[in-house]
Design a protein around this ligand. Structure first.
Ligand SMILES: [Zn+2]
Length: 193
């Protein structure tokens, strides 16, 4: 057993600082206090973040690591942001999500618990698409799927099978195009994974 060095606290255990939450007088606080966060809950970090604030006000430092992996293995093949379009070859194409390597038919997993709000064809290139709403303005989308494994309105838990990957829509090969949306706007998924 190591003894504490002089000047070091005998114990490194300290209470985690509570996030300070402020609201305008009369503001409606509409989150539920009934969801108790437990140590063993893989969704705990995300639930804690979202219970205290809108997804739009969460910093990248706080959100990192709060979403689970949408595939058993994550290998990025194309990051979020501006790139040369793989479809048109033109520059200045804005890539709205992050592409991960996935052979067609690979299990696609819910990045966190939530409710399925869309299953169907995405008219702007996403092909077969599933959208999961995690509450408080946070959504994840799964695109170019070969098939969906969930229905609209279904509740999913983190890690649940939501679809099988594919190459439908504007896609040049089998992969998963994964998006994170905050208040309807896409953001860099690496800030959440
Ligand atoms: Zn993509």
């Amino acid at each position: 057993m190591a003894t504490p060095a002089p000047g070091q606290p005998a114990s490194s255990v300290s209470a985690a600082p509570q996030p300070e939450v402020t609201a305008e007088a009369g503001a409606q606080i509409d989150f539920s206090r009934s969801s108790v966060v437990t140590q063993g809950d893989p969704d705990g970090k995300l639930k804690q973040l979202l219970s205290a604030q809108s997804a739009g006000s969460i910093t990248r430092a706080a959100s990192a690591g709060s979403l689970g992996s949408p595939l058993a293995q994550l290998v990025t093949v194309s990051p979020f942001g501006f790139r040369v379009s793989p479809i048109t070859g033109g520059s200045g194409d804005f890539h709205r999500g992050q592409d991960f390597a996935a052979q067609c038919g690979t299990s696609v997993l819910a990045a966190a618990s939530g409710t399925v709000t869309f299953v169907g064809w995405h008219q702007y290139g996403g092909g077969n698409r599933v959208v999961v709403d995690h509450g408080n303005g946070l959504e994840t989308t799964y695109n170019h799927l070969s098939s969906a494994s969930v229905k609209v309105g279904q509740t999913v838990s983190r890690g649940d099978l939501v679809a099988l990957s594919g190459t439908t829509g504007a896609s040049t090969g089998c992969h998963l195009h994964f998006e994170v949306q905050v208040n309807g706007e896409v953001v860099d998924p690496t800030g959440w994974l």
